[in-house]
Ligand binder design. Structure first.
Ligand SMILES: [Zn+2]
Length: 342
């Protein structure tokens, strides 16, 4: 089995000059690709340097995928959202309490326009190789038990979602989750990303889209209604090129790593797309760093085409740094160099 791409995420860029040594360090760590996290604040405040940062990464031999990191708190990530700061409306709403939540409703046209404009503008202005959709999700629920689903809160039951649902199904959107709501949420969630991906490809057909969804079991005891829980729906989307699933915590049993990875690869193959598996390279680290080798090798042996890790230098100098951030980063680099197809 051959790994053909090794990625590392990177945030907090300021200029090409300041990022240049970091990109060199990535190459020295066996990375082929940088996943460049662009926050709403970056887009608003530092957009002018994105093209030069992308060019510098290219000069050093790295591919560049743009990660619209945490936009509207629709994607995963720690950063804040200007959309939420600047809009009191267009937020997801709790079905049970009717309260507005600190997450944009990505079914709303206002958010879709905002998100599409951001991605299309970046695509137009810089020479990135693709985009990376990073853990897209509805705010609620994050975790639930499948047999308890009717007792759990969920989102989004905002006026715009309710109006769309009623037009499509012919009755008022209930407060309790049912099959129609689950399908509606999946359709709307997929449309938000598929439509943006379609527009990006119309603009630049060579742009590659990776859709990275949560690595969840979806069995009798545990299902996450994040909106992207039907892996077939995501895998079959013609505008997504790579099927990717997220990080698994180091303390999870080996069987979980195996199960998620096997299912990820199977789904990718079914739709004739490359598969990608993620390694936790920040915040938490395994008690024994040999587990980094074991997991990376497992991914490669099972047939993952691509490996990716969050984040550059183990997140050092942040509150989510791994305890031994640089050692963890070095260990990931050793595995990248060992497993990458020459
Ligand atoms: Zn909504």
């Amino acid at each position: 089995m051959a790994v053909t791409q090794t990625s590392i995420s990177y945030y907090g860029f300021q200029s090409a000059k300041q990022s240049a040594p970091d990109f060199k360090e990535m190459v020295d760590h066996g990375c082929t690709t940088v996943i460049l996290a662009v926050t709403e604040f970056d887009f608003d405040f530092r957009r002018c340097v994105i093209p030069e940062v992308v060019d510098e990464a290219h000069r050093q031999g790295l591919r560049v995928l743009i990660d619209p990191w945490g936009i509207g708190k629709f994607f995963g990530g720690e950063q804040v959202s200007l959309f939420l700061q600047n809009n009191v409306n267009h937020r997801q709403v709790s079905a049970m309490t009717g309260e507005a939540l600190p997450a944009a409703c990505f079914t709303s046209q206002a958010f879709r326009n905002y998100f599409n404009n951001m991605c299309l503008t970046i695509a137009r202005e810089c020479d990135a190789d693709g985009f990376f959709w990073d853990e897209p999700h509805y705010r609620l629920p994050m975790h639930t038990s499948s047999f308890m689903q009717l007792a759990e809160d969920w989102s989004c039951r905002c006026p715009e979602c309710m109006k769309k649902f009623e037009a499509r199904y012919g009755y008022e959107m209930p407060r309790f989750m049912n099959e129609d709501i689950a399908a509606f949420r999946r359709e709307e969630a997929l449309f938000t990303l598929a439509d943006c991906s379609r527009q990006l490809k119309e603009l630049k057909p060579e742009l590659e889209i990776t859709c990275c969804i949560h690595a969840t079991l979806h069995d009798y005891y545990n299902i996450g209604y994040r909106g992207y829980d039907d892996w077939d729906l995501v895998g079959a989307c013609p505008y997504f090129d790579v099927f990717s699933t997220t990080i698994i915590g180091w303390d999870q049993p080996k069987k979980f790593f195996v199960d998620i990875t096997e299912r990820t690869i199977k789904m990718a193959k079914k739709y004739n797309k490359p598969s990608e598996r993620w390694i936790m390279g920040y915040y938490k680290e395994p008690e024994d760093f040999a587990k980094v080798d074991e997991v990376a090798q497992l991914y490669a042996d099972l047939g993952a085409d691509r490996l990716a890790a969050w984040t550059f230098r183990g997140g050092v100098n942040t509150m989510v740094a791994a305890p031994h951030a640089i050692e963890l980063w070095d260990r990931i680099g050793e595995n990248y160099k060992r497993l990458l197809k020459k």
